[in-house]
Design a protein. Sequence first.
Length: 352
Amino acid sequence: MSRKTIYVFHKNGAVSHYYGLAHLCKKKNINLEYREFSIFSKFYKGLIRGRFSLAKKQLVNAGFVFSLLFSSNKKIVLGIAPFDSKLKTLFWILKGHQIYYHTSWVCWDKSFHPKNKNNSPEIFRIWKNFLEKETVHIFTVTQKSKEGLLKNYEINPQKISVVYHSLHTAYTTHLPHKRIPNSFIYLGRLTPDKGIGELLTFAAANPVLTLTIAGTGDEENLVKDYAGRFPNIHFEGFVSSKEKLIGYISKHQFLVLNSKTTKQWEELFGLIIIEAMSQGTLPIATAHSGPKEIISPHFGYLFEEGEITPVLAKIVEENSFSEEKSQIAIKHSREYRAEKISIYWKAILEIK
């Protein structure tokens, strides 16, 4: 008898969003496979940039899409941005299959979403029908996301499960390191919506602290410039190795995430927050919907946009890091381990 298979069908694969589901599938002896629907753009990118493995991967994705047209009842976890017009085509392709929608979006009143250019009445109708009638179940990354759906659509609350993102197994072990005093680290995209400029300005004016930045993006040259002029600012470039990332995190006292709301985005979770907590590094983050559900004043700090400078100044002045807070952060991070989070994916096992 062949093993059952669950498919994650996402624009970019997003394996890091499904560690909990992967744990559940492994425990239940179920295959979990990842497929992407942004096929043509990635196939073209692969050819143009000489990344033939990327182009080849899209042939596999195309074959999967083709197979959906001639099969039925596959379990599909669909990850697609709210009000994306691609849903119209995808829903036609997925007709006859079991669709489980996975989302981190919180603002479901149509006033703020990533696809503002596609906000036609027809698209809104398609999404309303999809959410209310065509999904077997909906998994939201935060409680606020679930509340937003219930407020704006006629959905049975039992049809929605809150499933936080979970930690990669590499982060389930705490690496004790001697921490750098007054040390702050940022890991992620180097883009304006991450508030990098404010962090650099503050660090440049406060040589008593150490700021380490790792990542890549449009503001990489800005970071390099500051790192070249100020000895307390360090740039590590893009770091892919989880072992190296853990090493950097565990040597710093604080993680700082200065996210800025844009017309299409806010910080909807923040995987790096729970990763930092797993190493006892205290998170400091903008009070966006994701960080607000993760961070407690017992081990971390939340601030409103534009208020990071006084918050950092107070932390430095008071030397706010403590081993007690660090241990609380580690303990709290265990709630995000894959084996814990996997429980909340259980609705996908129900037989339909």
